[in-house]
Design a protein around this ligand. Structure first.
Ligand code: GAR
Length: 203
């Protein structure tokens, strides 16, 4: 947490559709202390880039090689004055120089209840299929700080949904996605501004 009263400029990193990135852009539009200042994708054809254009947020494509030189990569984040990073369906591991640059200020969301169903290769539908195949009766979301290992940083927040009989991975993904949209921006907001995770709103 920075000093009380200071503001945050977020970079949202996403590889695909970017529905969570879009949620951040709308949630923080006009916010007095937090703004989405940059969207970054590793994938030049990711729909998230169009969503950023529509929201008037600068967007950059940074494929794998763009991260090879730490000074060049860091200069992009410096140029936009980025103070914190939100991973929203970002399918690459962030290089360790970025984790050192933003200690305790990189967030990730995972579409299941970690520590189960995480790790390399566990993203999107792979996760929902693994949950259903395991026979678990509950799934959900995990919002956590990022360290150098996939899905292993300190957990800030989890919320659950039922896995119902005959759920397909797509059915479960729809329910989990709704939870992501409901909670991810406000959990990041609470953590940055108050240094703690806000209570779940009564729904
Ligand atoms: C989200 O469900 C997010 O939890 C997941 O990718 C999806 C991106 O959706 N992330 C992972 O699986 C990370 N391991 P979106 O592009 O519509 O925001």
């Amino acid at each position: 947490m920075k000093d009380p009263g200071t503001s945050y400029r977020l970079a949202v990193l996403a590889s695909g559709s970017g529905s969570n990135a879009a949620r951040f852009m709308s949630y923080f539009r006009g916010h007095p202390r937090i703004r989405v200042a940059l969207v970054v994708s590793n994938n030049a054809s990711a729909p998230v880039l169009q969503r950023a254009r529509e929201a008037g947020v600068p967007a950059k494509v940074m494929p794998g090689p763009a991260w090879d030189d730490s000074r060049t990569a860091e200069s992009v984040f410096n140029q936009y004055g980025i103070d914190a990073i939100v991973l929203a369906g970002y399918m690459r591991l962030l290089p360790s120089f970025m984790i050192r640059k933003y200690p305790g200020r990189i967030f990730n969301i995972h579409p299941a209840l970690l520590p189960r169903f995480g790790g390399k290769g566990m993203y999107g539908m792979h996760v929902h299929r693994a949950v259903i195949d395991s026979g678990a009766r509950k799934s959900g979301i995990t919002i956590h700080l990022v360290n150098e290992k996939y899905d292993e940083g300190p957990i800030l927040f989890q919320a659950k949904v039922d896995v119902v009989p005959d759920d397909t991975p797509v059915d479960l993904a729809v329910r989990v996605r709704q939870l992501e949209h409901d909670h991810y921006p406000r959990v990041v907001e609470g953590y940055l501004l108050q240094g703690r995770v806000p209570e779940k709103p009564a729904i």
